[in-house]
Write a protein that binds this ligand. Structure first.
Ligand SMILES: Cc1cc2nc3c(=O)[nH]c(=O)nc-3n(C[C@H](O)[C@H](O)[C@H](O)COP(=O)(O)O)c2cc1C
Length: 386
């Protein structure tokens, strides 16, 4: 399905039917609530729904979609973390969940420009909290203001095609010019981007990233957290509209059919995840081995605000690589904070002279690969709370 159609069917289009009652209290002067992608719609009641329909297409950990929106006014709303959608085993301090909030804010802000609005974002309007705890306070307050002559962010054009590409790549390196373009993106950010593509670095990373997956799946609770978000067939994709399955990693057609029919079974896998774990390790070995450029985003410090801002930077990086025709895939295991991972993480940081006070927030491989099917999204209406 075309991404544009996808968003209409999966997001705004279907949301219309279910949202009417929720929205009627925000609609002024009996504005009809009229959505659609084919023409401008100036009704006051739905600009934030359109903006949100783009925002939910952002990258986010395990495609959990951990966002809640409290609408204060047709053009002002607060973003909260959906605490029923966390990853406590692999993201024990909710760092990645906060990065996912930043991705949402960046996508929203870019989408607003494409719709003729400026999104003013106030971070942590009820106060920030420590990076070891999670509080039920909003991550941001967003106010949309219409601008007749707004500069449309050029990345707006790539929202509907961006993806995390989990396929095998073709071992091509980025050109010096491509690396320069990506480095330029981080000239004005608080976070920094490091790119590695030497043979020895690649070999080291391919081994360590695979080892990180071995560590991750050695614990059943961690493994089950991933299995819970793995979609074993199309029916699960349609039912849950989150997570990811074979086709989102590029396995399609007869191979997908055979694997799903003959080998993949949720009940069996949850009872004994050993085969699933082995596959995860094998896939990590082959995808990292197919990649010859790795990059990471680092911050000095690791506050909640920095995590959210890194999410914004990461989202821009992903949209920029999309614009450049590159594939991008996060590989986060080695960055995770549970005890078993810390020795390997320390080794990795030492190998690349990353100082103790620096946090590697995102690690990705970059390269060339065919596109995959997009991961699903829930309805915008399921994000709204009163
Ligand atoms: C903080 C963060 C960490 C992620 N870590 C991984 C990872 O370790 N492995 C992976 O395959 N994808 C990872 N992803 C990508 C998500 O799985 C992906 O964004 C999500 O499934 C939605 O798919 P999409 O980006 O293609 O729209 C990560 C994304 C974010 C924002």
């Amino acid at each position: 399905m075309e991404r544009r159609n996808f968003i209409r069917v999966m997001g705004v289009g279907l949301a219309v039917a279910t949202l009417t009652s929720t929205l009627s209290r925000y609609a002024t002067n009996n504005d009809s609530i009229d959505y659609g992608w084919d023409g401008p719609d100036d009704s006051k009641s739905d600009i934030y729904l359109k903006v949100l329909a783009y925002a939910i297409l952002c990258p986010n950990p395990h495609n959990k979609q951990p966002w809640l929106i409290k609408v204060n006014h047709p053009k002002s709303f607060d973003l909260y973390i959906d605490q029923t959608r966390l990853l406590p085993e692999t993201d024990p301090f909710y760092r990645q969940i906060h990065i996912g909030q930043g991705c949402f804010l960046e996508m929203l802000s870019i989408a607003a420009t494409g719709l003729g609005y400026h999104a003013e974002i106030e971070y942590f309007p009820q106060g920030e909290y420590k990076n070891t705890v999670l509080k039920s306070k909003p991550i941001a307050r967003i106010v949309l203001t219409k601008h007749i002559k707004i500069d449309i962010d050029p990345l707006f054009n790539y929202i509907l095609t961006r993806q995390s590409n989990k396929r095998e790549y073709d071992n091509s390196r980025l050109t010096p010019d491509q690396k320069y373009q990506l480095q330029m993106l981080f000239m004005k950010t608080q976070s920094s981007l490091t790119i590695h593509d030497s043979k020895s670095d690649n070999r080291y990373l391919q081994h360590r990233l695979t080892e990180a997956m071995v560590i991750e799946v050695a614990n059943k609770a961690r493994d089950l957290e991933t299995i819970k978000m793995f979609r074993f067939n199309d029916q699960e994709v349609q039912q849950y509209r989150d997570g990811f399955g074979l086709e989102h990693s590029g396995v399609t057609g007869i191979k997908k059919f055979m694997l799903e029919t003959l080998f993949l079974d949720r009940k069996e896998t949850e009872k004994d995840p050993s085969n699933f774990s082995k596959q995860s390790v094998d896939i990590t070995r082959s995808i990292s081995g197919s990649s010859s450029t790795f990059a990471w985003i680092t911050t000095k410090g690791n506050s909640r605000l920095q995590q959210v801002k890194v999410g914004r930077d990461y989202c821009r990086l992903n949209l920029t690589t999309t614009a450049m025709g590159l594939a991008q895939h996060p590989m986060s295991q080695i960055l995770q904070e549970y005890d078993d991972m810390l020795p390997l993480q320390a080794q990795f940081k030492q190998r690349f002279n990353i100082k103790a006070e620096q946090t590697v927030q995102m690690l990705v491989r970059l390269g060339k690969a065919k596109k995959t099917t997009h991961t699903p999204r829930r309805l915008v209406s399921s994000l709204l709370i009163s």
